[in-house]
Design a protein around this ligand. Structure first.
Ligand SMILES: [Zn+2]
Length: 509
């Protein structure tokens, strides 16, 4: 019995039985903290392994397999290929209500290869993808928290269901809207998202913008650019004209809207008139109607550009996500846990490392934060988006920002990759996993807390009915990033970490 209940002594456990406090969240939380602490090395290893896999969205085969297998060997029932995503999964443990969902991403970014532990720009593999934000740590925190919650549920006889989602291609804002559209959140009562940050904090309100990701492909006719240009129809002309149209339109965008693009196809050599040109746009706003209106304007401009260049147009919506909103009731529960756990104690070496990275990145050398942040809300949305937005309009959702990165290191810049396998990331991850486990246990053990979150959620969404921005028949873009990943994977493989994270799954944690 003492073994079974980990940090509870026999007397304490007998008292608990006598008092009927099976669902006392404090005991369950303490237990989950012990599980996280005992598994700190495995948590670190899991995040580090995914760091070196550095797989781009839709191509996260190794990362996804490692996470799914870790959950399966921890006693979760795992469904792979979720919603037609080869790298998507859902793991489930337990039965009945309440249903608590944790969801995480694990993708890297192109051109972000960075040697961790170095205080200046240094690539592991030149030009390769890499983690310079920290989704590797997000996944490790979420999976470790899930294992700790499951251990607490088993040890304390806590009823309910825990669902853990592995969400591919967050950087392209792709997968979670499909999971929502396909009903995987229909039975969920409360959802949580944990994301790396340089602070330990939470917030409520609309915290990130909605977005549509759209590819515009112009189709023309090739011909010799010098000898018979009149025979050709130049698809690149159409793409350029769309760009001009969007640039003119910027003045008329509502404040808070934003749009940005890359050209992904535009011909191969100058003496062949390009028969195909593609530009890929992100359209953002704080409301789903604004996102849709901005996309529709972009589509009108694209059609006009195609007409001017005598080309055809194919418009493909790759992703559509609602703004991210966080529920106040859940945020208050998270905040209590963050304050109880506290910021990790940083060593002088960790502070020196952070200051060196900040200095070399041309930023103020303020070091690492030494205290958790106060509750923020209602928040002003940050300029970025996250594909968990859809989740947050169908179920009350909480967000934990955990302190595994360096202040003033901008995401997708080398400086935000420098700490990702160091003790800074590892200590922040322990704090994050504890906060996530404790917050989930708050709602698993209290039907009243779940009811209160739903009461405030209904007020917060002001009667707005969620309607997916995805076209109904849209399929996951499974080919996305395939070529890029195939090119770099063989060069990256020699750097992979060997061995697996060794989690201790005994019920004592
Ligand atoms: Zn992110």
């Amino acid at each position: 019995m003492i073994l079974l209940y980990g940090d509870l002594g026999m007397q304490e456990f007998t008292d608990m039985l006598a008092s009927g406090r099976f669902e006392d969240p404090q005991l369950a939380k303490r237990h989950s903290f012990r599980v996280v602490e005992r598994n700190a090395a495995a948590l670190a290893r899991l995040g580090d392994m995914i760091f070196y896999y550095a797989e781009l969205g839709m191509q996260e085969f190794r990362s996804s397999a490692l996470l799914a297998e870790t959950l399966a060997s921890g006693g979760f029932e795992v469904e792979r290929n979720l919603s037609g995503f080869p790298t998507g999964f859902m793991a489930r443990y337990g039965n009945g209500d309440p249903v608590i969902a944790l969801h995480c991403e694990f993708d890297a970014n192109p051109g972000n290869s960075q040697v961790p532990g170095r205080t200046e720009r240094a690539e592991i593999v030149s030009g390769a993808p890499g983690h310079c934000e920290g989704h590797n740590v997000n996944a490790a925190v979420t999976i470790t928290a899930a294992l700790a919650i499951k251990s607490a549920m088993t040890s304390f006889g806590i009823a309910g269901t825990l669902k853990v989602f592995g969400a591919p291609a967050e950087e392209q804002l792709i997968s979670r809207p499909y999971f929502v559209r396909d009903g995987h959140f229909d039975d969920v009562d409360i959802a949580f998202h944990a994301h790396i940050m340089d602070a330990f904090r939470t917030e409520y309100g609309v915290v990130q913008l909605g977005m549509m990701s759209v590819e515009f492909t112009f189709l023309g006719m090739a011909s010799h650019a010098a000898m018979s240009p009149w025979e050709g129809r130049d698809a690149l002309d159409a793409a350029v004209l769309m760009d001009v149209g969007m640039a003119q339109f910027r003045e008329h965008m509502r404040p808070g809207m934003s749009a940005h693009r890359v050209f992904t196809e535009g011909g191969t050599q100058p003496n062949v008139i390009p028969a195909r040109a593609t530009c890929w746009w992100f359209f953002r706003d704080r409301s789903p109607e604004g996102v849709r209106a901005l996309f529709e304007q972009g589509d009108r401009i694209a059609r006009g550009a195609a007409m001017m260049a005598n080309c055809e147009l194919e418009t493909s919506v790759m992703a559509g996500v609602w703004p991210v909103r966080c529920n106040e009731t859940i945020a208050r529960a998270i905040q209590r846990n963050i304050e109880a756990i506290g910021m990790p104690a940083w060593t002088p070496e960790e502070q020196d490392f952070a200051r060196a990275v900040q200095t070399n990145a041309g930023k103020k050398a303020i070091g690492l934060r030494d205290a958790a942040s106060p509750l923020a809300g209602p928040s002003e949305p940050m300029a970025a988006s996250n594909d968990c937005g859809d989740v947050s309009w169908v179920v009350p959702m909480g967000r934990i920002w955990f302190p595994s990165n360096i202040p003033n290191a901008a995401f997708h810049h080398w400086s935000a990759g420098a700490a990702l396998t160091t003790s800074i990331a590892h200590k922040g991850a322990v704090a994050g996993a504890k906060a996530l486990a404790a917050s989930a246990l708050d709602f698993l053990t209290s039907a009243e807390a779940v009811r209160e979150a739903w009461r405030t959620f209904r007020i917060e969404i002001e009667g707005i009915e969620f309607r997916s921005l995805l076209p109904a028949a849209q399929k996951p873009p499974v080919e996305l990033n395939r070529g890029l990943m195939e090119r770099y994977r063989p060069l990256m493989e020699p750097h992979y970490l060997q061995g697996r994270p060794e989690f201790a799954f005994s019920e004592g944690g």
